[in-house]
Write a protein that binds this ligand. Structure first.
Ligand code: ATP
Ligand code: LTN
Length: 343
C-alpha cells in the first residue's frame, strides 16, 4: 500500500472495505462462497468496513419499497453469514452522505471517454439495457466509497478488478494534482476463492441480475426448491464425475460447490464418486448445500423479525463510518479549494 498521508487515528490492523448492491431479495451461493465467506475470515485480523451499496443500486430502476426491503435483507444476510457488527463496521452507503460528495469530486477528475470505456458500462449498454448517467459514473462513486476510508485492501471478485484500477488511478491523479491526501488502495482478489457458475449455463457466472431463477441457488430459497434446481443443473452427455472446467463445466461447478462447503478436496470427491452417476452427485450436492443453508435461514428469520435491531446496528455502523469519512472530506475540501463551511 502507498500511504499518502496519516489517517485520522493510528490503525492497529490494516483497513479493508467492501460492499454489495441490494439488487435482489436474496444473495446467491456465489456471493456467499466467493465474497461473504472471505469477509467473515478477514474481520479477524483487519479493521473491516462492510456496507450495502444502496446508492449504486439506484442505477437500476427499482420500486422504492422493494429497495428498502432489499437493503434490510442484504444487511441481515451479511450478519447471518457471519459478519459480526461488534467487530466490523456494518453500514448503509446512503447513511454516510460523504460518499456522494466525494463521488462528485471523483466525477470531476474523470474524462468522459475514460468513463465510457469501462467494461461494466459498455457491457450493460451493449445488451440494450437503458443506461442512466448514474451507471456511467458508477465507478467514480465506487472509488469514493473506497478512498473515503483510507482503505488498504479491497476484497472483491475478479469481476471488480477494473473498478479497483480506476480507483487507484483517481487517487494518484488527485494526489498529483492537489497534494497527497488519499491512500492508494491495493486490490485483494482472493486467490482460489470460489467462482460459482450458473446452474443452467455453467459457462457464465451465477449472477443476481443475469441468471434465470433455475440457474441460481439463492440463500433464502426453500430447501426443496434448492434441491430441485440442483437436480436439474445442466451437465454433459458423459457419465464420469471428473473436474474438467473446459469440457465438463456443469459437473466441475457442482464439485466446486460441494468441495467449498464440505471441505473435502476435489481429488477426494472424484475418488468417492468413481462408478457413481450424476444423479448421486446432484443429490449429495443438494444435501451439503441445504445443510449449510438451514442455520443461515434460521438466523435470517430472527434478524428480519426485529427490524428495529437491524436499524440500530446500521445506525451505529454509520456513526463509526461517518467519523472516518468526515475527516477525509475535510482534507479533500481543503485540497481542492472549497471554502470551509461556517459552523
Ligand atoms: P449483479 O448481478 O447485481 O451484478 P452479482 O450476483 O454479480 O450481482 P455483486 O453484487 O456484483 O453480485 O457481487 C457481490 C460480490 O459477490 C462481489 O465481491 C463479487 O465478486 C462476488 N460474486 C458475485 N457473483 C459471484 C459468483 N458467481 N461466484 C463468486 N463470487 C461472486
Ligand atoms: N461494485 C461492487 C459493489 C461495490 C463495492 C464498492 C465493492 C460498490 N462499492 C466498494 C467494493 C468496494 C459490486 O458490484 N460487487
Amino acid at each position: 500500500m502507498t500511504r499518502m498521508s496519516a489517517p485520522e487515528t493510528p490503525q492497529a490492523a490494516p483497513r479493508i472495505l467492501s460492499g454489495m448492491q441490494p439488487t435482489s431479495d436474496s444473495l446467491h451461493i456465489g456471493n456467499y462462497l466467493g465474497a461473504l465467506v472471505n469477509w467473515v475470515k478477514l474481520q479477524d485480523d483487519h479493521d473491516a468496513f462492510y456496507f450495502v451499496a444502496d446508492l449504486h443500486a439506484l442505477t437500476v430502476p427499482t420500486d422504492p419499497e422493494v429497495l428498502r426491503e432489499r437493503t434490510r435483507k442484504t444487511v441481515a444476510q451479511f450478519i447471518a453469514g457471519g459478519v459480526d457488527p461488534q467487530r466490523s463496521s456494518l453500514f448503509c452507503q446512503s447513511h454516510v452522505p460523504e460518499h456522494a460528495e466525494l463521488g462528485w469530486v471523483m466525477n470531476c477528475l474523470t474524462g468522459d471517454g475514460e468513463a465510457r470505456r469501462m467494461t461494466q458500462f459498455k457491457d450493460k449498454t451493449a445488451k440494450g439495457q437503458s443506461a442512466n448517467v448514474g451507471l456511467l459514473t458508477y465507478p467514480m462513486l465506487m472509488a469514493a466509497d473506497i478512498l473515503l476510508y483510507d482503505t488498504a485492501f479491497v476484497p472483491v471478485g475478479e469481476d471488480q478488478r477494473q473498478h479497483l484500477e480506476i480507483t487507484r488511478d483517481l487517487a494518484g491523479r488527485f494526489n498529483t494534482r492537489f497534494g497527497e491526501a488519499l491512500v492508494v488502495p491495493e486490490p485483494y482478489i482472493v486467490k482460489g476463492s470460489a467462482k460459482i457458475m450458473d446452474l443452467q449455463d455453467p459457462t457464465s457466472k451465477m449472477s443476481k441480475t443475469g441468471s434465470s431463477p433455475k440457474g441460481l441457488i439463492d440463500l433464502m430459497q426453500d430447501p426443496a426448491k434448492i434441491a430441485k434446481n440442483i437436480r436439474s443443473a445442466v451437465t454433459d452427455t458423459e457419465a464420469e464425475i471428473r473436474y474438467d472446467v473446459a469440457n465438463k463445466a456443469g459437473v466441475s461447478n457442482l464439485l466446486i460447490i460441494h468441495s467449498t462447503l464440505s471441505g473435502q478436496s476435489i481429488d477426494e470427491l472424484e475418488s468417492s464418486f468413481v462408478g457413481r452417476g450424476y444423479g448421486d452427485l446432484k443429490k449429495e450436492v443438494a444435501d451439503v448445500v441445504v445443510a449449510a443453508i438451514e442455520p443461515f435461514q434460521v438466523r435470517m428469520a430472527e434478524l428480519l423479525d426485529d427490524p428495529a435491531e437491524l436499524d440500530r446496528i446500521l445506525a451505529s455502523g454509520a456513526e463509526r463510518a461517518r467519523g472516518v469519512a468526515q475527516s477525509t472530506m475535510v482534507r479533500v475540501r481543503e485540497r481542492v479549494g472549497l471554502l470551509p463551511a461556517a459552523r
